[in-house]
Design a protein around this ligand. Sequence first.
Ligand SMILES: [Zn+2]
Ligand SMILES: [Zn+2]
Ligand SMILES: [Zn+2]
Length: 282
Amino acid sequence: MAKGRCLCGALNYELDGPFVAMMHCHCSMCRKQHGTGFATFAIGPIAGFRWISGEDRLVRYQSSPKGTRSFCSICGSAGPAAMPEYGVAAAPAASLSGELDIKPQSHIFVGSKAPWYTITDTLPLHDAYPPGVGAEGVNRPAVTPRPGITEGSCLCGDIAYEITGTPARMMNCHCSRCRLGRAAAHASNVFYKLDQFRWVRGAEKVTEYKVPDAKFHAVAFCSRCGSKVPRPSPERGIVVVPAGSLDTDPGIRAQAHIFTADKAPWFDITGATPQFAAMPPA
Ligand SMILES: [Zn+2]
Ligand SMILES: [Zn+2]
Ligand SMILES: [Zn+2]
């Protein structure tokens, strides 16, 4: 049995095995809702899914004609999805603790993956749905890049932002807060100076959740659709941009995997990007 939770702890649920599928999804909806390059779902029989607490804290957003996505209204973590029509329930694997008895089997929606993320493992790749699966998956039209400007938005479109100039750095963070907050294997964050960033619309729709015992760690998300959005940090003079919210290529690639000592047991880090057990040396 696996136990699921959100970052703030309001959502608690259980999903029994045996898990029937586990996959990394690169569709634009997953990238925006999780703020990452891909989301990873573990899928089990619906009979083994139950809420323990927090279902009343869940916000549902109709992301496509057939599909809804849900998230915690307090911290923004993506919630589980019961899919009675398929007899299964899907949970973000990063929200689960306990025995999963399965590992990721494939990458789906690779045809719409982010330009800044390179798949380096050897799992099978599917352009869209894997054969035999009828889940939702819709991509938004591409945004035409403007020179010197990087753009991003949330899934529902209420929030949009733009950034001038080049980023300072980009990191894949595997710490437990990033994994729970993004409900994904790892965060991919792009860092800019504060004065490079501006909201184009929807700043008033942004909800921030700060982890109570953390010095800086906080999550910003759209209160309507749950997408992770940039978090300006005036005390540090920076803005932290969840790369999954970007609509254009930031022109940088992740420079390191950090906090790998905390990484998800089911996620294998592959490829040549340097790895650090905690923070990289300054
Ligand atoms: Zn929460
Ligand atoms: Zn997806
Ligand atoms: Zn939104």
